[in-house]
Design a protein around this ligand. Structure first.
Ligand SMILES: [Cu+2]
Length: 158
């Protein structure tokens, strides 16, 4: 019996580090899960872009200029994006998407990524809905042949 207790004691001592380790492992996994859940698909980083009307570099081969059809206010606002090659030639071969929402109310009004439509003039256009006053953000994604080559954001107040 004493032998059994001794063996059991040694065994549990041996097991302790493993238990501690697996608990820690579980904890760290859990915190990652929480971050992933609250971040949802917002894992990507959207660096702040230069303001509307300014040149925004897109990789090494392009730049874009974005703007709104009017000063953003409640209702529908159209985002316009023009893409140029670094030589200044208008380009319509890329795919442009945008998500719009309120950073202070993550998830409340986010539109999700939606594709711009090309106009006859070769402008990329996308209407967004501004549903309440406050801080808003648009997040642009540019793809070339299905691959993301640019992400950028613009914050504004309504
Ligand atoms: Cu809101």
């Amino acid at each position: 019996m004493r032998c059994f207790i001794l063996t059991f004691g040694v065994l549990s001592l041996l097991c302790l580090p493993f238990v501690a380790e697996s608990q820690q492992d579980h904890k760290s996994k859990h915190s990652v899960d929480v971050a992933a859940a609250s971040g949802a698909e917002k894992m990507s980083v959207y660096p702040s872009m230069p303001g509307p009307g300014k040149k925004v570099p897109v990789g090494n081969e392009y730049y874009l200029i974005y703007g709104f059809d009017k000063k953003p206010k409640l209702g529908t606002v159209i985002i316009k994006v023009e893409v140029f090659t670094t030589e200044g030639k208008k380009d319509t071969s890329l795919e442009v998407k945008a998500d719009a929402g309120m950073p202070s109310m993550r998830g409340a009004h986010d539109s999700g990524d939606r594709p711009f439509k090309l106009s006859n003039k070769g402008d990329y256009l996308l209407p967004i809905s501004i549903v309440m006053p406050g801080d808003w953000e648009i997040r642009l994604t540019v793809l070339k042949e299905g691959k993301v080559i640019f992400r950028g954001s613009h914050q504004f107040d309504v």
